[in-house]
Design a protein around this ligand. Structure first.
Ligand SMILES: C[S@@+](CC[C@H](N)C(=O)[O-])C[C@H]1O[C@@H](n2cnc3c(N)ncnc32)[C@H](O)[C@@H]1O
Length: 287
């Protein structure tokens, strides 16, 4: 079995449901049946709550250029999970295409769109081999996906290939120069809990950085800003990397036990902006 089919199998069994571990929805109170509108609504609220600083008037409007890409523009999401972001983009009036490697996500996203009376092209596809013609999209984005691809360089090249010359992109990838990686993964689990003896760096990061510590996540490898910039540079006119520190609230309580959870926002922000867990990479495709 190739590494990518392991990734596919794992995400099919553990789709991104925003529970304490992937595949679970422990925040449900029993009233919401999976696959129902109430379920999607509850899941979306959970997803939004993980990213509070990224919303102002509507979900993720601090992240996405909704104002530049409205009716008639073509937008692609790579790795749509259960379809929350694609739903918001579709409501912005765009001609939406959403792809994901695992079929659970595709089935659930299609169901969501059907229940809401929304239309989009939602298809199973592998980021390393997009079955899409060159230069199709005005805007392409991917949130928390491509660090799960065993071939990140190829996935980024594919994303750039299908983006129009002059089109824009946004990519969220996990940051290796982060408190989460250094402290929670390398120090706490790798060194203190002695996991370095048993796991390779990739296995350690895959198990402890994503998925709430369940075993089996086959590939999660955080990157550095320099690595991504180097991979994207042949394809772009402009590229910027911002560090999103939305994870820092949860990290500080481990980092400074007893005090961390009481630190005010202004004391955490400078650290979040340097060593947060998510890199948000934006730019435009070469003309
Ligand atoms: C952490 S989830 C994120 C999902 C969604 N973007 C979100 O934020 O809720 C990662 C997703 O990436 C998908 N994925 C992993 N490797 C992929 C690949 N090579 N091509 C397309 N999707 C992939 C998984 O199936 C999974 O749905």
């Amino acid at each position: 079995m190739s590494a990518n089919s392991d990734v596919q199998r794992w995400w099919t069994e553990n789709p991104m449901t925003y529970g304490a571990t992937h595949g679970r929805s422990d925040y449900l109170d029993g009233g919401q049946q999976p696959g129902s509108l109430e379920f999607f609504d509850r899941l979306d609220r959970e997803f939004y709550s993980w990213n509070k600083p990224l919303h102002k008037d509507r979900p993720f409007d601090r992240l996405f250029p909704y104002d530049r890409y409205g009716k008639g523009r073509k937008v692609l999401e790579i790795g749509c999970g259960l379809g929350t972001m694609a739903m918001n983009w579709t409501r912005n009036g765009v001609d939406m295409t959403a792809v994901d490697l695992n079929m659970t996500s595709i089935t659930q996203s299609r169901r969501r769109f059907e229940l809401l009376g929304l239309e989009a092209d939602i298809r199973q596809m592998d980021a390393t081999r997009l079955e899409i013609a060159d230069g199709m999209f005005d805007y392409a984005y991917s949130w928390g996906v491509l660090h799960h691809s065993p071939n990140l360089g190829q996935s980024l090249a594919e994303m750039m290939r299908v983006t129009k010359p002059g089109g824009e992109f946004g990519i969220m990838l996990y940051n290796r120069r982060s408190f989460l990686h250094w402290y929670m993964t390398e120090y706490l689990e790798g060194y203190l809990h002695y996991e370095n003896e048993f796991l390779t760096p990739l296995q350690l990061a895959s198990r402890y950085s994503d998925g709430g510590r369940e075993e089996g996540n086959p590939h999660t490898w955080p990157v550095t800003a320099d690595e991504v910039m180097a991979m994207l540079s042949p394809f772009v006119d402009r590229c910027e990397v911002a560090v999103l520190g939305t994870d820092l609230d949860s990290i500080f309580k481990y980092l400074i036990p007893g005090v961390g959870m009481f630190l005010p926002g202004w004391a955490k922000k400078p650290w979040a902006r340097r060593f947060g867990w998510s890199l948000w990479i934006t730019g435009s495709r070469k003309k």
